[in-house]
Design a protein around this ligand. Structure first.
Ligand code: HEM
Length: 451
């Protein structure tokens, strides 16, 4: 992929079936996953039209990698379809920052997710999972997504803010975040809805006020606190005042992390529980592995590398149901990708879902097969095509955090509970910013050896 001075002629083939005015927007809205898989069969770079705007869909793993690695910040940047809406809502957080401001921001926040801090975080994952599990009653029917979202919000509240004095303010943030996320989801899907005086918006206004107040309280306290708590807030309000941030900037980052780290995690966990219900053999094998590796001990950070089947189940769940199913970029300059010319300012879409289900890379791609992640079966093509966390400089900053969080949550839940689908439970993919399951109702039975 090189910058090109050549003409701005766009040489990628156009998908058939565009309608006047709306182009392919109807097909993308009606059956997004089917349409993205169909586009993959047409070629590595295919042009579609969303309304009047041409958009390029890139479906070849090697081209997606080149765009995200070498091309980032040079030929491609964050942007493209749906991006403006998202950035209006989350403000200037890490995930929406353009390449220039992104670099120093990422460098500042990277230590919060450094591997050595995971040791501490793993204990918090365990505490939150135990609290969730302790609140359940044998025979209870739960909505998997709702429960997993509660867990994910609690984890973030307890890992992003670590000063004991912040406890009350953190509780306020934790209590209000689900209301904020619910309303922001509506604002993103229904343009203009944020201005209507709906009950949801009134709850949103109150939650936003309370959250801002709590964050303001924490910032003020940190301003006179000489301790580095090695958390998100210490990175943004460092004890030596080396990187001063306004209250608005801190609020934007906090919201960004809650948005990026809760729906994704709740989706991963509820999809995984759904898959395990559908594949009891894989579930039994997982429970046997947990018993063998852990005995009666609580799971710790050191156990995670030895829980190999658990890791493969999580990978396979991320492959089949990547929460970030559709991502976008914009070209900064006239660019060549896979022999096609893309003009400056062109919107680009790529879909981890379509890449993960490519039969040229993954045999029987729709089959749940955790063993496909055993060493010899994973080569460069699979590694290149498997991008549940993106790749390159914009790769998910919480990737290892998220995988450890999922492993710990599943270990705690599956050792204590047998999970089976409730009658009438019909999981379906709900495609929004994330791909999440809806309608997953599970019955919880205590495992006999745990009663
Ligand atoms: C299963 C869980 C998760 C999945 C599947 C996921 C997926 C992703 C993906 C695909 C991206 C890249 C988007 C792009 O290239 O356009 C991303 C970015 C990001 N994620 Fe995650 N994520 C998960 C969990 C988390 C968690 C737990 C956190 C924080 C605690 C987090 C914070 C972020 C942030 C801040 C970014 C923006 C990074 C940047 O642009 O530098 N994510 N995530």
């Amino acid at each position: 992929m090189t910058k090109t001075d050549a003409t701005k002629t766009d040489t990628s083939p156009t998908a058939p079936g565009a309608l006047p005015l709306i182009g392919h927007a109807g097909r993308l809205a009606r059956d997004p996953l089917g349409f993205l898989e169909y586009l993959r069969t047409l070629g590595p770079v295919v042009r579609i039209r969303l309304g009047r705007t041409p958009v390029h869909v890139v479906s070849a793993p090697e081209l997606v990698q080149r765009m995200l690695l070498a091309g980032n910040g040079v030929e491609f940047d964050k942007g493209g379809p749906f991006f403006d809406q998202a950035s209006r809502i989350v403000g200037n957080g890490l995930s929406t920052a353009l390449a220039g401001p992104h670099r120093p921001m990422r460098a500042l926040l990277r230590p919060v997710f450094a591997r050595q801090r995971l040791l501490h975080h793993t204990q918090r994952f365990h505490d939150c999972a135990r609290e969730l599990s302790a609140a359940w009653q044998p025979g209870q029917v739960v909505d998997a997504y709702t429960e997993m979202k509660r867990f994910a919000v609690a984890v973030l509240a307890r890992t992003l803010f670590l000063a004991p004095e912040d406890r009350r303010a953190v509780d306020t943030v934790q209590r209000n975040v689900p209301t904020l996320l619910g309303a922001l989801g509506t604002h993103m899907m229904v343009p203009g809805s944020s201005r209507l005086p709906t009950p949801e918006n009134l709850r949103y206004a109150r939650a936003s006020r309370e959250t801002r107040e709590a964050i303001r309280t924490m910032i003020r306290r940190r301003m006179s606190d000489p301790t580095d708590h090695r958390d998100l807030l210490s990175a943004l309000v460092p004890p030596d005042r080396s990187a001063p941030h306004t209250e608005q900037e801190v609020y934007d980052q906090v919201l960004t992390f809650f948005i990026a780290g809760t729906e994704t995690m709740a989706s991963l966990l509820s999809w995984t529980l759904t898959l395990l219900c559908d594949h009891p053999d894989a579930c039994e094998r997982l429970v046997a592995e947990l018993d063998e590796v852990l005995g009666d001990r609580p799971v710790t950070h050191e156990d995670l590398p030895r829980l190999t089947h658990l890791k493969r189940v999580v990978n396979e769940s991320l492959r089949l149901h990547p929460p970030g199913w559709l991502l976008s970029r914009v070209t900064l300059v006239d660019t060549e990708l896979g022999g096609h010319r893309l003009p400056a300012g062109a919107g680009v879409l790529f879909s981890p879902y379509a890449l993960h289900r490519d039969p040229r890379v993954f045999a029987a791609p729709d089959r749940f097969d955790p063993d496909r992640w055993t060493g010899p079966r994973v080569g460069r093509p699979q590694r290149e095509a498997f991008i549940p966390f993106g790749a390159g400089a914009r790769r998910c900053i919480g990737d290892t955090f998220a995988v450890a969080e999922a492993q710990v949550a599943l270990a705690v839940i599956l050792r204590e509970w047998r999970v089976r689908p409730a009658p009438g439970s019909r999981p379906q993919a709900l495609l929004r910013i994330t791909m999440r399951p809806q309608g997953v109702r599970l019955i919880l039975d205590r495992r006999p050896d745990r009663s």
